[in-house]
Design a protein around this ligand. Structure first.
Ligand SMILES: [Zn+2]
Length: 121
């Protein structure tokens, strides 16, 4: 039960990061969740059987590593070359408060760089 809750929270965070980076939240949320399940229930157990490893904690760790990798990539990899905010910022169009990770407004998709241009003409 705890594992499902954790997966739910992690997937939600990844979807939110993806939205803020201008990527598809559905695609990245699904990639994280499906990859987690495949890793925990299929890939890691099969690999362990092939290598004759019998550590019940390994599939869980492999699945967590997958989630962490996706989260890091979506947070820092996507849009890495784009100009990025160094603090929270308020959207000039809709006044939504966006987190540091967001390079576009999470509410209306307006790019952060447009907001900056408006403030410093
Ligand atoms: Zn906005």
């Amino acid at each position: 039960m705890f594992e499902i809750l954790l997966l739910f929270i992690a997937t939600g965070s990844i979807a939110s990061f993806a939205r803020g980076r201008g990527a598809s939240p559905k695609l990245w949320g699904a990639t994280a969740a499906v990859g987690y399940l495949l890793m925990a229930w299929l890939i890691a157990p099969l690999t362990m059987r092939a290598l004759h490893i019998n550590e019940p904690v390994v599939p869980m760790l492999a699945a967590l590593a997958w989630i962490a990798g996706i989260a890091l990539y979506v947070r820092f990899g996507i849009g890495a070359g784009e100009p990025a905010p160094d603090s929270q910022w308020t959207c000039a169009d809709c006044n939504y408060m966006n987190g540091r990770h967001a390079i576009i407004c999470e509410a209306c998709q307006k790019p952060w760089s447009d907001t900056v241009r408006l403030e410093t003409p």
